[in-house]
Design a protein. Structure first.
Length: 299
């Protein structure tokens, strides 16, 4: 297997070419059929678009640890595509995190997205630090930097983190600190109003942040689903968007087409304004993301 690239190097190379970095995110399925679908259908479909890298999420409390590692490993081995492991602090001691990191290193994984992670009961529950573990993601970033050998990503929140009661500017200052601890790039939470992303990016730039801040994009596929997601993560659905969605009722096909058109416009606007790339939350489906990337002429 050829050595995988560091994502920070991918960003530097694309910036020099004047091209955006395109990446796709997957989650570990709960069933064997879901695994087959993802590995044999969705991922090969999306790889036709020639993304720069993929990432795989880490289930609540590390519940999908082995499967996450397996999927990242298979993407890298079978498709020779750089893949990033998500890693969270939930329900793990420093020693246990060290074991996962050692496993990742042994598999040739060179990129890790360092996250605090949601409490097992969901993102609205209180986060409880594991005895002997980390309470904040900056501590995980610091630990990874000390261990060396990885390009480290972290999460950013254009509307402020749902758990940060002090407001978005305090949250953004904490992100600046996390970057100073060793994060090479930021991938944002999903959002639907680009002015939120621009304010977030410009605030960090004024604070001296120079690492890529990559917008996280979710293609809307169903109204109920997106209402559930935004309620969980604290992102807002702007009124005009919500009114448009309500018109489609339970017609998921019409909703999905609207979602493709909306995301295409959103992405085109972000790229025009200098976003360094696009990170698509694919929900393990290929059609919407494929249409958007093709609409943008990025494949």
């Amino acid at each position: 297997m050829r050595s995988m690239q560091f994502i920070r190097d991918i960003h530097a190379a694309r910036l020099a070419e004047g091209k955006p970095v395109i990446s796709f995110e997957f989650f570990p399925p709960k069933t064997d059929e879901g695994d087959r679908n993802l590995l044999e259908k969705t991922i090969p479909d999306l790889l036709k678009l020639k993304p720069d890298f993929c990432s795989v999420t880490y289930g609540a409390g590390g519940s999908t640890r082995d499967k996450t590692l397996m999927i990242v490993d298979r993407i890298q081995r079978e498709h020779a595509l750089t893949a990033m492991l998500h890693l969270t602090c939930v329900n793990a001691t420093k020693a246990q995190l060290g074991e996962v990191i050692a496993q990742a290193r042994a598999l040739g994984i060179r990129n890790i997205l360092a996250l605090r992670g949601d409490p097992i009961a969901g993102s609205n529950a209180e986060f409880t630090k594991t005895e002997g573990g980390f309470e904040f993601s900056y501590q995980l970033v610091t630990y990874l930097r000390e261990l060396g050998g990885f390009s480290i990503g972290t999460a950013g929140f254009p509307e402020g983190h749902v758990a940060c009661k002090e407001g978005k500017y305090v949250d953004w200052d904490r992100l600046k600190n996390k970057i100073d601890c060793g994060a090479d790039f930021v991938i944002t939470q999903l959002f639907f109003d680009n002015t939120d992303y621009f304010e977030f990016r410009d605030y960090l730039a004024k604070a001296g942040v120079t690492v890529p801040i990559v917008p996280g994009i979710i293609p809307i596929m169903s109204t109920n689903q997106i209402k559930r997601f935004t309620a969980l993560c604290g992102a807002k659905l702007p009124d005009p968007l919500l009114q448009s969605l309500e018109k489609f009722g339970n017609d998921d096909q019409a909703t999905a087409q609207f979602g493709i058109d909306y995301a295409t416009r959103q992405c085109a606007d972000l790229l025009r304004a200098g976003a360094p790339g696009l990170h698509f939350y694919t929900l393990n489906k290929s059609q919407s993301t494929t249409e958007i990337v093709k609409n943008l002429g990025l494949q």
